[in-house]
Ligand binder design. Sequence first.
Ligand SMILES: Nc1ncnc2c1ncn2[C@@H]1O[C@H](COP(=O)(O)OP(=O)(O)OP(=O)(O)O)[C@@H](O)[C@H]1O
Length: 326
Amino acid sequence: MSIEIVNVSKRFGDFVALDNVSVSIPSGQLTALLGPSGGGKSTLLRIIAGLETADSGRIEIEGVDATKLSPQKRNVGFVFQHYAAFKHLSVARNVAFGLEIRKRPKDEIRERVHELLNLVHLSQFADRLPSQLSGGQRQRMALARALAVQPTVLLLDEPFGALDAKVRKELRDWLRRLHDEVHVTTVFVTHDQEEALEVADEIVVINEGRVEQIGSPDELYDAPANDFVMRFLGPVTELGDRLVRPHDLQLLTGGEPDAVPGRITRVTRVGFEIRVVVAVGEQPVTVTLTRNEFLSLDLQVGSEVQVRVAPEVAATVGQPRLLGAV
Ligand SMILES: Nc1ncnc2c1ncn2[C@@H]1O[C@H](COP(=O)(O)OP(=O)(O)OP(=O)(O)O)[C@@H](O)[C@H]1O
């Protein structure tokens, strides 16, 4: 394990930001700290970096007890949402900064900066000032700068949070590819479940200062430990007392023993999918279908239908869990 977080607690006054958190972060992987705003993700990341101290508990980095080490001694790279570059220095000098203060030989610095700018696809912008870069390019420069000193771990706090949706998505793909090239142990904070599911090898779900679940994207999505994780990771709907994903439900026009009857009250097209709301008794149940599935059923608002959990889903992930079960 690269980072061991053991029984870490942190209060701000009376407020408990982290409540006895323990997490093992594996070497060489991309781990996301995912959860709603205010849940404690950034606080945990800052404690790993040494920018904040825990009230109790221990942090180990690569087998070394780092709990009392200064940030400089932990050998971590850090990138924030709003990256503070040296405005008067070129992109190349910004990337070189950490190596210059470590007094590395000039040739070595030149070579390393060249390599890093290639890695983040900014070679042609080496001589520009940070103000002449786009937001996405600036964050790539920040990553190159953090990687320059060959950190043991790279810590990213919502690194793409301030960028627009399209650039975010591009940088997400880019981060994944970059990580596949350099394999540095990386921990990144996000409140965006899609970002975590797409990019991370492992996800730690944090809510109200506690770890709700740790697992791969598939494990979390297919076998959420509780209702909070299930709701946070994707859309849900209730069928009777079951909490299920809308795309795991089926609409049938004929009767089946495991289906319940209802009437369609609303049909909405959202991109490539059709969202159908069915009143099952008093309960509105949301079912999502592909456009073709929906068209082949020849249904409209007012149609009588049957709803059931798709049999292959019920077979692979077992019975949907009871509402409120933990
Ligand atoms: N220096 C501080 N002083 C007082 N309260 C703080 C301080 N830092 C964080 N908090 C509080 O601790 C809680 C957790 O904050 P944290 O930034 O870790 O959450 P988060 O999960 O990263 O959320 P976000 O995505 O909004 O940053 C919040 O309620 C926040 O207000």
